[in-house]
Structures are given as structure tokens and as C-alpha cells.
Design a protein around this ligand. Sequence first.
Ligand SMILES: Nc1ncnc2c1ncn2[C@@H]1O[C@H](COP(=O)(O)OP(=O)(O)OP(=O)(O)O)[C@@H](O)[C@H]1O
Ligand SMILES: [Mg+2]
Length: 308
Amino acid sequence: MASIISINNLSKTYASGPPALRDVSLEIEEGEILALLGPNGAGKTTLISAICGLVRPSSGTVTVGGHDIASDFRAARSLIGLVPQEITIEPFERVINTTRFSRGLFGKPRDEAHIEKVLRSLSLWDKRNARNLELSGGMKRRVLIAKALSHEPRILFLDEPTAGVDVSLRREMWDLVRQLRDEGVTVILTTHYIQEAEEMADRIGVINRGQLLLVEDKATLIKRMGRKQLTLHLQAPIARMPETLAGYGLRLSDGGATILYEYDTQSARTGITRLLADLSEVGIFVRDLDSTQDSLEQIFLSLVEDGA
Ligand SMILES: Nc1ncnc2c1ncn2[C@@H]1O[C@H](COP(=O)(O)OP(=O)(O)OP(=O)(O)O)[C@@H](O)[C@H]1O
Ligand SMILES: [Mg+2]
């Protein structure tokens, strides 16, 4: 698939503080949902702001739809809808006008049918004549999305779209994002919620301290990083692990009643068969066994801790 955004060796250091982005390179493919996952202060908003031309990079380049964001800003920006992390809407303006004006800012001709479609898709049509200040927090967030979609962008950035949004609305938002993707819109979202990334994204990028630690297909990420743990429930507890089994890196738990064995799901042989044979050799018999796999959350935490 062709990439719609190319980020090359992008770095940003604000006037004060450590670098917010360190040499980030990334190709974002047309039509994908990419989730950027990272803790507070990781650089997610800075990265989005740089792509949208709101923050001037210290070095590196970004092109959007082939347009350089520095030398060809208007063309690049017109392809982008941005839903910022902070709620920034005119309090006294009405919902429908807020959305219309935003379209106008991009020089697009009036299109009431499109505005209606956008407001309906966000369940805001009934609120179209309300003033923004009369809306709840979740509704305000949806108005931000309506604004971002008003000029029919090919790329939508959602910076923490579901912060402060209740569970049912979160589901609605996810449905909307999928629907947009089905219409061909490329979606980049940031989130702290692993579950959100896991649920929504085609690819996941993990960012920490300004560094893009990895970008991976979601399924591959879970598979590649996934380590499985096998829990062996013993027929009778043992006091300590026999020396002959040292090579397996086994751990005793549960007062000697269970043995924990970690193995790599990707390696050709897991060693389980041999382990079971070796155990019975020394008179340790297994009553039952079960296995668990790392969740994306564990993978994420271990990545971020390693990088710290
Ligand atoms: N305008 C600014 N001036 C100076 N430093 C800034 C500015 N904006 C962000 N930073 C710093 O850059 C770093 C990255 O911040 P950024 O907002 O990009 O993180 P984030 O990943 O979006 O975090 P969060 O999850 O809290 O939104 C932080 O150390 C932050 O303090
Ligand atoms: Mg942020």
C-alpha cells in the first residue's frame, strides 16, 4: 500500500527541556488505522503537531500526500483533519456554525448535506442549535471531531479521542473511526489505553521519551513479543528444584506445588516435551498444566521500561 505520510528523521527540542522527538522516521499507509501508544510526555502530541505543521521541527522532514509540510503547508494541511487533545471551541457559538466555519476555513464551498451527515454520524444533529458551552464534555469532544471532518480530510488525527468519554460513547467513537477507515480515511490516533489500540488499530507504534520504539502490525506485535508461560501443577509439592533442571530457568511457586516455565512462542521448539520427560526422570509428576500469553499491555510495559 502507498504511504500517505512520510516522516524522515524528525527531531524536536522545545526551547526548554530534553528532546521531545528524537530522530523519528515513519511511513503511514493510506487507509490504515495507526495507534500511537505511549505514556504522558512521550511526544505523541508533539509528533502530531509537527505533522500538522503546528510545531516547527528542529530537524527532519514530513510530507503529507506528497506535499512538504514546511514548503507546501496549505496543500498538506488541507488533507488533514485534526482533533486536538485540548478542547478548543468557541463557547458561545452554535454547534452547526462551528462545523460550517471550520469547513470555510479550508476554503471549501458550503455543503449543508455534508455538514448534516457529519453531525448525524456523531449523534450531534439534535444538538446542532445548542451553544457549545451547553454541551457535556463528551459532546464537546464530538464537536471537535465534527470540525475536523467538516472539510472532508483524507487523514484524520485523533489526539486522545476517548479521554473523558464514557464507555458507550467510546464504542460509538470506535465504530465511527472504523466507518471512516472503510470510506478510505487514514486515521492516526493517540491513546494511553492499550485496550483501545488493541481494539482499533491495524498497526501500533510505541513511543517513549521522544523515541519511536517500534511500529508493528498489531497481530505481529502480539505474536513477536509474546512470551508464553506454562504453569505446571505438580502431583506432590517439591522442596527445591533439582540441579539437573537448571537449564530451563524454572521457578517454583505456590509453596513448591507449581513450576513456572517461560518459553518463546516463536522458536521452533518450545522444549515442553523434553521438560516433561526430564521432570518425570527425576520423579516429579505433573497433575495438570496451563499456559498464558503476554497481553499487549505487558508487552507495552516491558518495552517502555526497557527504554527508560
Ligand atoms: N509547547 C511546549 N513547550 C515546551 N515543552 C513542551 C511543549 N509541548 C510539549 N512539551 C514537552 O515535550 C514533551 C512531549 O510532550 P507531548 O505533549 O508531545 O507528550 P504526549 O505524549 O502527547 O503526552 P500526553 O500523553 O500527556 O498527552 C514533554 O516533555 C513536554 O513537557
Ligand atoms: Mg498529548
